[in-house]
Write a protein of this length. Structure first.
Length: 251
Protein backbone atom coordinates (compact mmCIF):
# COMPACT_ATOMS: atom_id res chain seq x y z
CA UNK A 1 0.00 0.00 0.00
CA UNK A 2 1.09 3.59 -0.57
CA UNK A 3 1.56 6.27 2.06
CA UNK A 4 -2.05 7.41 1.62
CA UNK A 5 -4.49 6.56 4.39
CA UNK A 6 -6.79 3.56 3.86
CA UNK A 7 -9.85 5.75 3.27
CA UNK A 8 -8.18 7.55 0.40
CA UNK A 9 -6.86 4.30 -1.00
CA UNK A 10 -10.35 2.80 -0.98
CA UNK A 11 -11.79 5.81 -2.79
CA UNK A 12 -9.03 5.52 -5.37
CA UNK A 13 -9.72 1.82 -5.84
CA UNK A 14 -13.48 2.36 -6.15
CA UNK A 15 -13.03 5.24 -8.60
CA UNK A 16 -10.65 3.12 -10.66
CA UNK A 17 -13.19 0.31 -10.85
CA UNK A 18 -15.97 2.71 -11.80
CA UNK A 19 -13.83 4.12 -14.59
CA UNK A 20 -13.11 0.59 -15.84
CA UNK A 21 -16.75 -0.45 -15.97
CA UNK A 22 -17.70 2.87 -17.56
CA UNK A 23 -15.20 2.34 -20.36
CA UNK A 24 -15.12 -1.45 -20.74
CA UNK A 25 -18.81 -2.25 -20.16
CA UNK A 26 -20.32 0.58 -22.21
CA UNK A 27 -21.66 -1.77 -24.89
CA UNK A 28 -23.12 -4.15 -22.32
CA UNK A 29 -24.75 -1.28 -20.43
CA UNK A 30 -26.31 -0.05 -23.68
CA UNK A 31 -27.54 -3.54 -24.53
CA UNK A 32 -28.99 -4.08 -21.06
CA UNK A 33 -30.74 -0.70 -21.04
CA UNK A 34 -32.17 -1.36 -24.49
CA UNK A 35 -33.44 -4.77 -23.39
CA UNK A 36 -35.22 -3.20 -20.41
CA UNK A 37 -36.75 -0.53 -22.65
CA UNK A 38 -37.91 -3.27 -25.04
CA UNK A 39 -39.58 -5.09 -22.14
CA UNK A 40 -41.32 -1.98 -20.84
CA UNK A 41 -42.53 -1.04 -24.32
CA UNK A 42 -43.93 -4.56 -24.81
CA UNK A 43 -45.92 -4.40 -21.53
CA UNK A 44 -43.52 -6.75 -19.76
CA UNK A 45 -42.66 -6.62 -16.08
CA UNK A 46 -39.24 -6.09 -14.51
CA UNK A 47 -37.72 -8.05 -11.62
CA UNK A 48 -34.39 -8.01 -9.80
CA UNK A 49 -32.82 -10.75 -7.69
CA UNK A 50 -29.72 -10.97 -5.57
CA UNK A 51 -28.81 -13.05 -2.53
CA UNK A 52 -26.90 -11.83 0.51
CA UNK A 53 -25.06 -8.59 -0.13
CA UNK A 54 -25.86 -8.86 -3.83
CA UNK A 55 -29.43 -8.17 -2.77
CA UNK A 56 -28.41 -4.63 -1.83
CA UNK A 57 -27.97 -3.70 -5.49
CA UNK A 58 -31.25 -5.39 -6.37
CA UNK A 59 -33.14 -3.51 -3.64
CA UNK A 60 -31.60 -0.24 -4.80
CA UNK A 61 -33.58 -0.58 -8.05
CA UNK A 62 -36.98 -1.07 -6.39
CA UNK A 63 -39.37 1.74 -5.31
CA UNK A 64 -36.55 4.18 -5.93
CA UNK A 65 -36.82 7.92 -6.43
CA UNK A 66 -35.54 8.58 -9.94
CA UNK A 67 -35.90 4.90 -10.81
CA UNK A 68 -38.26 2.87 -12.92
CA UNK A 69 -41.47 2.15 -11.04
CA UNK A 70 -41.85 -1.20 -12.80
CA UNK A 71 -38.81 -2.82 -11.16
CA UNK A 72 -39.88 -5.40 -8.58
CA UNK A 73 -37.78 -7.37 -6.09
CA UNK A 74 -37.86 -11.13 -6.63
CA UNK A 75 -37.17 -12.31 -3.11
CA UNK A 76 -36.09 -15.79 -2.02
CA UNK A 77 -36.97 -16.18 1.68
CA UNK A 78 -33.88 -16.41 3.86
CA UNK A 79 -31.49 -14.99 1.28
CA UNK A 80 -32.49 -11.34 0.93
CA UNK A 81 -30.17 -9.96 3.60
CA UNK A 82 -28.28 -10.49 6.81
CA UNK A 83 -31.40 -10.07 8.95
CA UNK A 84 -31.98 -13.85 8.76
CA UNK A 85 -30.67 -15.67 11.84
CA UNK A 86 -28.10 -17.08 11.71
CA UNK A 87 -26.73 -14.89 8.95
CA UNK A 88 -24.78 -17.86 7.59
CA UNK A 89 -28.09 -19.54 6.67
CA UNK A 90 -28.43 -17.22 3.69
CA UNK A 91 -25.06 -18.34 2.36
CA UNK A 92 -26.06 -21.98 2.79
CA UNK A 93 -29.35 -21.46 0.93
CA UNK A 94 -27.45 -20.07 -2.07
CA UNK A 95 -26.02 -23.57 -2.56
CA UNK A 96 -29.38 -25.40 -2.46
CA UNK A 97 -30.49 -26.96 -5.75
CA UNK A 98 -34.12 -26.51 -6.77
CA UNK A 99 -34.82 -23.43 -4.67
CA UNK A 100 -34.72 -20.94 -7.54
CA UNK A 101 -37.03 -23.00 -9.73
CA UNK A 102 -39.54 -23.33 -6.90
CA UNK A 103 -39.55 -19.56 -6.36
CA UNK A 104 -39.97 -18.77 -10.04
CA UNK A 105 -42.70 -21.36 -10.56
CA UNK A 106 -44.69 -19.99 -7.63
CA UNK A 107 -44.01 -16.31 -8.29
CA UNK A 108 -45.50 -13.61 -10.50
CA UNK A 109 -43.04 -13.79 -13.40
CA UNK A 110 -44.23 -14.80 -16.87
CA UNK A 111 -42.92 -15.08 -20.40
CA UNK A 112 -42.00 -11.68 -21.79
CA UNK A 113 -40.79 -10.33 -18.44
CA UNK A 114 -37.18 -9.46 -17.61
CA UNK A 115 -35.09 -10.55 -14.63
CA UNK A 116 -31.86 -8.97 -13.41
CA UNK A 117 -29.78 -11.56 -11.55
CA UNK A 118 -26.95 -10.21 -9.40
CA UNK A 119 -24.23 -12.48 -8.03
CA UNK A 120 -20.65 -11.40 -7.49
CA UNK A 121 -19.16 -14.87 -7.92
CA UNK A 122 -21.90 -16.27 -10.15
CA UNK A 123 -20.89 -19.75 -9.00
CA UNK A 124 -23.60 -20.76 -6.52
CA UNK A 125 -26.57 -22.92 -7.41
CA UNK A 126 -29.19 -20.28 -6.63
CA UNK A 127 -28.21 -17.52 -9.12
CA UNK A 128 -27.20 -20.01 -11.82
CA UNK A 129 -30.50 -21.88 -11.56
CA UNK A 130 -32.42 -18.61 -11.32
CA UNK A 131 -31.04 -17.47 -14.67
CA UNK A 132 -31.42 -20.89 -16.30
CA UNK A 133 -35.01 -21.43 -15.23
CA UNK A 134 -36.04 -17.84 -15.94
CA UNK A 135 -34.91 -18.20 -19.55
CA UNK A 136 -36.68 -21.56 -19.80
CA UNK A 137 -39.87 -19.77 -18.72
CA UNK A 138 -39.45 -17.17 -21.47
CA UNK A 139 -37.90 -14.31 -19.50
CA UNK A 140 -34.97 -12.22 -20.65
CA UNK A 141 -32.06 -12.26 -18.18
CA UNK A 142 -29.46 -9.62 -17.41
CA UNK A 143 -26.63 -10.92 -15.25
CA UNK A 144 -24.34 -8.78 -13.11
CA UNK A 145 -21.26 -10.65 -11.92
CA UNK A 146 -17.48 -10.68 -11.77
CA UNK A 147 -16.46 -12.77 -14.76
CA UNK A 148 -13.05 -13.42 -13.18
CA UNK A 149 -14.62 -15.92 -10.78
CA UNK A 150 -15.47 -18.26 -13.66
CA UNK A 151 -11.79 -18.71 -14.49
CA UNK A 152 -10.49 -18.93 -10.92
CA UNK A 153 -13.15 -20.85 -8.97
CA UNK A 154 -15.23 -23.98 -9.44
CA UNK A 155 -18.95 -23.77 -10.10
CA UNK A 156 -21.24 -25.00 -7.31
CA UNK A 157 -24.05 -25.78 -9.74
CA UNK A 158 -24.52 -29.34 -10.94
CA UNK A 159 -24.07 -28.19 -14.56
CA UNK A 160 -20.61 -26.83 -13.84
CA UNK A 161 -21.68 -23.49 -15.35
CA UNK A 162 -21.83 -19.95 -14.00
CA UNK A 163 -24.36 -17.12 -14.03
CA UNK A 164 -22.59 -15.55 -17.00
CA UNK A 165 -23.40 -18.62 -19.09
CA UNK A 166 -27.17 -18.17 -18.87
CA UNK A 167 -27.80 -14.49 -19.61
CA UNK A 168 -28.95 -12.46 -22.58
CA UNK A 169 -26.63 -9.67 -21.43
CA UNK A 170 -23.74 -9.91 -18.94
CA UNK A 171 -22.40 -6.93 -17.01
CA UNK A 172 -18.91 -7.59 -15.64
CA UNK A 173 -18.25 -5.70 -12.41
CA UNK A 174 -14.47 -6.32 -12.70
CA UNK A 175 -14.29 -7.07 -8.96
CA UNK A 176 -11.27 -9.18 -8.01
CA UNK A 177 -11.68 -12.60 -6.40
CA UNK A 178 -12.51 -12.15 -2.72
CA UNK A 179 -14.05 -8.67 -3.03
CA UNK A 180 -11.50 -6.78 -0.93
CA UNK A 181 -9.53 -3.91 -2.41
CA UNK A 182 -6.94 -3.19 0.27
CA UNK A 183 -4.17 -5.00 2.13
CA UNK A 184 -1.97 -3.91 5.02
CA UNK A 185 1.06 -5.61 6.55
CA UNK A 186 -0.44 -5.25 10.02
CA UNK A 187 -3.80 -6.78 9.03
CA UNK A 188 -3.86 -10.52 8.22
CA UNK A 189 -6.80 -10.41 5.78
CA UNK A 190 -7.62 -8.19 2.79
CA UNK A 191 -10.35 -5.64 3.48
CA UNK A 192 -12.56 -2.88 2.03
CA UNK A 193 -15.05 -4.51 -0.41
CA UNK A 194 -16.19 -2.43 -3.40
CA UNK A 195 -18.68 -4.73 -5.13
CA UNK A 196 -21.77 -2.92 -3.84
CA UNK A 197 -20.49 0.47 -5.02
CA UNK A 198 -19.64 -0.81 -8.49
CA UNK A 199 -22.65 -3.07 -9.00
CA UNK A 200 -25.09 -0.38 -7.92
CA UNK A 201 -23.47 2.15 -10.24
CA UNK A 202 -23.55 -0.29 -13.15
CA UNK A 203 -27.24 -0.95 -12.68
CA UNK A 204 -28.16 2.71 -12.28
CA UNK A 205 -26.30 3.36 -15.55
CA UNK A 206 -28.46 0.66 -17.13
CA UNK A 207 -31.64 2.22 -15.74
CA UNK A 208 -30.59 5.63 -17.08
CA UNK A 209 -29.98 4.06 -20.47
CA UNK A 210 -33.41 2.42 -20.40
CA UNK A 211 -35.13 5.71 -19.52
CA UNK A 212 -33.35 7.48 -22.37
CA UNK A 213 -34.18 4.69 -24.81
CA UNK A 214 -37.88 4.86 -23.92
CA UNK A 215 -37.90 8.63 -24.33
CA UNK A 216 -36.24 8.26 -27.75
CA UNK A 217 -39.19 6.08 -28.79
CA UNK A 218 -41.72 8.64 -27.62
CA UNK A 219 -42.62 6.61 -24.51
CA UNK A 220 -42.63 8.40 -21.18
CA UNK A 221 -40.47 6.35 -18.80
CA UNK A 222 -42.49 5.22 -15.74
CA UNK A 223 -40.26 7.00 -13.23
CA UNK A 224 -40.82 7.64 -9.54
CA UNK A 225 -40.13 10.91 -7.77
CA UNK A 226 -38.97 11.45 -4.22
CA UNK A 227 -41.80 11.54 -1.72
CA UNK A 228 -39.83 14.20 0.13
CA UNK A 229 -40.27 16.87 -2.54
CA UNK A 230 -43.48 18.81 -3.06
CA UNK A 231 -45.80 16.98 -5.41
CA UNK A 232 -43.76 13.77 -5.30
CA UNK A 233 -46.38 11.64 -3.59
CA UNK A 234 -49.12 12.74 -5.98
CA UNK A 235 -46.88 12.00 -8.94
CA UNK A 236 -46.10 8.53 -7.61
CA UNK A 237 -49.76 7.79 -6.93
CA UNK A 238 -50.57 8.45 -10.58
CA UNK A 239 -47.72 6.17 -11.70
CA UNK A 240 -48.86 3.43 -9.32
CA UNK A 241 -52.41 3.66 -10.63
CA UNK A 242 -51.40 3.60 -14.28
CA UNK A 243 -49.08 0.61 -13.91
CA UNK A 244 -50.89 -1.25 -11.12
CA UNK A 245 -50.82 -4.54 -13.03
CA UNK A 246 -47.01 -4.41 -13.35
CA UNK A 247 -46.07 -3.29 -9.83
CA UNK A 248 -46.03 -5.95 -7.11
CA UNK A 249 -44.43 -4.21 -4.12
CA UNK A 250 -47.68 -2.36 -3.31
CA UNK A 251 -49.87 -5.46 -3.06
Amino acid sequence: MSDRKPAGQFFDAAIGLLQRVRDEEADAVEAAGTLIADTVAADGRLFAFGAGHSSLAAQDLVYRAGGLALMNLLAVPGTVGVDVMPATLGSALERVDGLASAVLDAGPTRAGDLLVVISLSGRNALPVEMAMHARALGLKVIGVTSVAYASETESRHTSGTYLKDHCDVVLDSKIAIGDAELTLDTIPAPFAPASTVVTTALLQAVMATAAGALADRGIEPPLLRSGNVDGGLDWNSRVFERYADRIFYRR
